[in-house]
Design a protein around this ligand. Structure first.
Ligand code: AGP
Length: 628
């Protein structure tokens, strides 16, 4: 999705904007640009491709350009119009310049009117049209703010815009009508606006998330908020973000993805400690009193999510039904939003989303709220739309995840869902206290086991025992037509997630299957060109998995087994073998997904590196999918 950043203050803006765009790279993009106010004139540098291409243009610019103290920047993820310099933002129309995130749905109608008034748009984008509308409104004598408010009433769609005008140098104005926008002012009086909090954090951790229908006006030393419709000034309390800028650096790792996989012991602990409070009388202090009331009323639970978050939801379904004995429906948000749902008033709809901005998930939550159904958000981003719009919110504590492919957020989502299941069980006494006590005790062992898996003190591709085992396997594979991940029970969601991760970062073909389903069709594809990744620990489904592996072996496919330490039988029928840590043998099988998760993530990571992919910013992907 596109990324927006704006700055006006007392420092040179050019590099601040570029660094801000780099913090937004994870959103996915195909072109970039910045506009600076230089001696009351707007100068633009923009290019197709990576941010570095725009930096090269800047290097050729004048000293005045680099001394400018206000500007806007953009990373474009193409929707209307191919990736090109002409279509890249910022777009300048006369004295007005803008950057835009979102989609203007009535663009054809607007374009016709603009052409009829004798304007000639240079790009194929819907965004540029907004500039002509603003220009015309200011030609009618309106100020920049009034012009923006009037134009906003004519636009249909989900969008956020940040603009400047040569007539009002130093002023940066942003409006939010869907796509997120965050603003801040630091102790020096530097003001910033961006698509999310990360570009702002090097200046301040106190940020304000605009609500849809709000406008922010920033000038050096002053930040004000207005209602877009009425123009009335409004007061907005800032949010203190717990993340700090240094957590967004690679800190010596070759890739954010590897760093974030290795952060899992720490973030698992942080998410766990929010619930297993030593001081609390509650065994699973999952929710405060207000939220507990909402959650405990639930007679049926509907989980809605997309992609990786849906896979966490499948794990959650298994745990909630088994531990809390409550029926759970798991739905793809993009499908569920169009379904005629027949929910009882006692239903609880839970939106799972690391970004908290996924359009499909948001639409479902908004729809459910309209219907009076209770909603809960499980998200990683404070101030995100999902966090603010659901009736209750539980934050995962994964910290900023820069890698586009979800890794640590998946683990923390899964943990939050497990803790939710245990919370419900403890409150409803649907699980005997011995089991809950064991689960609570053993949860505390997980970070130590995870730490042994990913020794994050060494920051290269040989930095963990698993990678030292995986790399030779991948190097010996030769030609591979595809990967089939298989798993039963709690390992079925991991098979799905392992396949998705591999696809995302290596672009290899990969499928995730319930082990028992292979014989109902996919087995027809098995031959030596297929590598079957069998997730088969000694859990309650182990014996059945062994039978499935024999079927796979008989068809000549190659098997990469992930199994229990010391399982010599399974190791003997696999062509390649990754053993879980010995300590995992004493862990309750319900908790094994937490131990297996880094294996599937590191397998995908190593394959992506082997194939020289951009594992942090895979092609075509975006970190938060804010379009439907
Ligand atoms: C994650 O690796 C994927 N890129 C993608 O499937 C993602 O999980 C999905 O878009 C949902 O995102 P969300 O968790 O922010 O809602």
């Amino acid at each position: 999705m596109c990324g927006i950043v704006g700055f006006s203050g007392f420092r040179p803006a050019a590099n601040i904007l570029i660094q801000g765009l780099k913090y937004l790279e994870y959103r996915g993009y195909d072109s970039t640009g910045i506009a600076l106010m230089v001696d009351h004139k707007i100068q633009i540098k923009k290019s197709q491709g990576r941010i570095e291409n725009t930096e090269k243009l800047m290097a050729l610019s004048s000293d005045q350009f680099h001394q400018s103290t206000s500007g806007i920047g953009h990373t474009r993820w193409a929707t209307h119009g191919k990736p090109s310099t002409e279509n890249a933002h910022p777009h300048k129309t006369g004295h007005v310049v803008l950057v835009h995130n979102g989609i203007i749905e009535n663009d054809l109608e607007l374009r016709a009117g603009i052409l009829a008034r004798g304007h000639f748009p240079l790009s194929e984008t819907d965004s540029e049209l907004i500039g002509f509308l603003l220009f015309d409104e200011m030609e009618r004598g309106h100020s920049l703010e009034v012009a923006l408010r009037r134009v906003s009433q004519t636009l249909v769609g989900q969008w956020s815009i940040v603009i400047m005008s040569e007539r009002e140098p130093g002023k940066v104005i942003g409006v939010r009508n869907g796509s997120p926008l965050v603003a801040s002012i630091d102790s020096e009086g530097n003001v910033m606006v961006a698509s999310d909090a990360q570009p702002l954090l090097p200046f301040t951790q106190s940020v304000t998330f605009l609500e849809p229908g709000e406008m922010v006006v920033g000038t050096p030393g002053l930040l004000m908020f207005f209602d877009l419709l009425t123009g009335r000034k409004i007061h907005r309390e800032p949010t203190l973000i717990k993340w700090t800028a240094d957590r967004m650096e690679k800190n010596g790792f070759p890739h954010y993805m590897l760093k974030e996989i290795y952060e899992q012991p720490k973030v698992f602990t942080q998410t766990l400690q929010e619930v297993l409070l030593p001081s609390s009388s509650e065994p699973f202090n999952f929710a405060n009193e207000k939220n507990s009331e909402i959650l405990l009323k639930a007679e049926e639970i509907i989980l809605v999510a997309c992609g990786t978050s849906w896979h966490a939801g499948l794990l959650g379904k298994y745990w909630i039904e088994k531990i809390a004995k409550i029926p759970v429906q798991l739905e793809y948000a993009s499908e569920y939003r169009y379904r005629e749902t027949c929910l009882r008033p006692s239903a609880l709809v839970i939106g799972i989303s690391q970004s908290g901005e996924t359009a499909d998930t948001l639409v479902v939550i908004r729809d459910m709220k309209r219907k009076g159904v209770s909603t809960l958000a499980i998200t990683n981003v404070q101030g995100s739309s999902l966090a603010r719009e659901a009736d209750a919110v539980v934050f995962t504590h994964a910290g900023p995840e820069i890698g586009v492919a979800a890794t640590k957020t998946f683990l923390c989502q899964s943990l939050s869902l497990f803790l939710f299941a245990a919370f419900l069980a403890s409150k409803r006494t649907t699980q005997n206290s011995d089991v809950l006590s064991r689960l609570r005790r053993e949860l505390n062992f997980i970070p130590k086991i995870l730490n042994n898996i990913s020794n994050s003190t060494i920051k290269n591709s040989e930095s963990s025992e698993i990678l030292r085992a995986i790399n030779p396997i991948l190097n010996s594979l030769g030609s591979v037509k595809g990967f089939f991940f298989m798993g039963r029970g709690h390992c079925f969601p991991l098979a799905l997630e392992g396949a998705l991760k591999l696809k995302e970062v290596s672009y290899d073909h990969a499928e995730g299957h319930a082990s028992g389903e292979l014989k109902h069709g996919p087995i027809a594809m098995l031959d030596p060109s297929i590598v079957v990744v069998a997730i088969a620990p000694q859990d309650p489904w182990y014996t059945k998995n062994r039978s499935n592996l024999e079927e796979v072996k008989a068809r000549g496919a190659r098997i990469l087994g992930i199994g229990t330490y010391g399982d010599t039988y399974l190791q003997s029928i696999c062509d390649y073998w990754l053993a879980l840590p010995a300590e995992a043998q004493s862990i309750h099988s319900d908790l094994l997904p937490f131990i297996i998760t880094p294996y599937i993530q590191l397998l995908a990571y190593a394959r992506g590196v082997q194939l020289q992919r951009d594992v942090d910013k895979p092609r075509n992907l975006a970190k938060s999918v804010t379009v439907e």
